[in-house]
Ligand binder design. Structure first.
Ligand code: SF4
Length: 367
């Protein structure tokens, strides 16, 4: 899409591209024509879709701090190019697997549009060769090299305690066909040889721009045994007919199980009514609610953060209203120390004072 730098006379949304990048160089304002149309139908830049994609430079840059570029400690847990290994498995002394681990594979830093609250804004959307302040394999280039991909496959084959790969990015589905095919074929080979059990694909492309999801995407994912498609969906208005058609194709052609991931965002979906509508609509359409995330503490998304105590109260009200099949999501905080996702206890049935929680490394976090 051409990058233009000012609003048109009729005040339609015109993406400003690189002009509104964050101080360290991430998250250009790039919005697909499909989303621009949806934004205009849902209240413009201050509506629930507009707020997610139209940059607000003063707010995003206000709390600039290098300390909050990578709060989930992904860069320091990158063990081979693009592979973040935090949820580690364990091998017993006799060489047998005691329990399995799973890795996140960041395959690209591009997406179909850029969400202003993106946790990986430290590298997402950066132009080629942009000087960065982070150090993952993809901060200086948009895709991995063939040698790097081979290195990943060797690593996965060797590490018997890993049985699951989550493809992420950016958005893996925006990658060139040859590139994504190489990655998926390699994973399928590992799955067939018994070196890998579960393959998940995280995407927001059906929401960003359903018309660019093509037949080859469905067929490629269809090679995976029981593919799990994790779609990032934040608001009921995102589930348009064209989005639902794409999701249905992933189910029917790829044989995918489709799950949702939702980020709780102030001014977008921070009401019991909106979340209720979203969870019911997803369930009705065969999308299984999976996670509701507390917004991660990256400096550019501070204005989207719902205070945790308010968020917990909303969650407590929402859960009992949902049918059991719509209440399958967990509300989680991704711990800033990189120690994993901690679920918020459900429903008000237990005497919990919510003043602190412990992560999986038994470290205490006060609220
Ligand atoms: S789709 Fe995901 S990775 Fe891409 S900009 Fe949005 S939040 Fe970030």
């Amino acid at each position: 899409m051409a990058l233009r730098n000012k609003l048109s006379k009729n005040q339609k949304i015109v993406p400003r591209g690189l002009k509104v990048m964050l101080p360290h160089g991430g998250l250009p304002e790039v919005i697909s024509p499909y989303l621009i149309d949806l934004i205009e139908k849902t209240g413009g830049k201050n509506g629930p879709i507009g707020k997610q994609f139209v940059a607000q430079p003063e707010k995003e840059k206000k709390y600039y701090s290098k300390n909050f570029l990578d709060p989930l400690c992904e860069d320091e847990n990158e063990v081979v190019p693009g592979i973040v290994y935090k949820y580690r498995g364990k091998i017993k002394k006799n060489g047998k697997v005691e329990y399995y681990g799973r890795v996140l594979w960041i395959t690209t830093r591009f997406c179909g549009s850029y969400c202003r609250f993106c946790t990986r804004g430290r590298e997402i959307g950066m132009p080629q060769n942009f000087k960065t302040e982070t150090r993952s394999a993809l901060t200086k280039k948009p895709l991995l090299t063939n040698q790097e991909i081979e290195k990943v496959f060797k690593f996965l084959k060797k590490r018997k305690e890993i049985n699951e790969v989550i493809l992420s990015g950016g958005d893996p589905l925006v990658s060139p066909k040859d590139y994504l095919t190489k990655i998926v074929n390699g994973l399928v080979k590992l799955q067939k040889s018994g070196d890998l059990d579960i393959i998940r694909i995280g995407t927001r492309l059906p929401i960003h721009n359903p018309s660019v999801v093509k037949r080859w995407h469905y067929e490629l994912l269809g090679k995976i045994r029981n593919p799990f498609l994790m779609v990032h969906i934040n608001h009921p208005a995102e589930l348009t007919d064209s989005v639902l058609k794409v999701i249905n194709n992933f189910k029917e052609i790829s044989g995918a199980s489709v799950f949702s991931q939702t980020v709780l965002l102030k001014g977008v979906n921070d009401s019991v009514e909106t979340l209720y509508e979203l969870f019911v609509k997803m369930t009705k359409e065969g999308i299984r609610p999976y996670y509701l995330y507390q917004n991660d503490p990256v400096y550019w998304a501070k204005h989207f953060t719902v205070p945790i105590k308010k968020a917990i109260k909303m969650w407590q009200k929402l859960r009992p209203r949902l049918s059991g099949v719509a209440a399958t999501a967990r509300f989680v905080i991704d711990t800033p120390s990189g120690a994993g996702k901690v679920p918020i206890p459900e429903g008000g049935a237990w005497n919990v004072d919510y003043s602190a929680f412990y992560d999986f490394q038994k470290k205490k976090h006060n609220l």
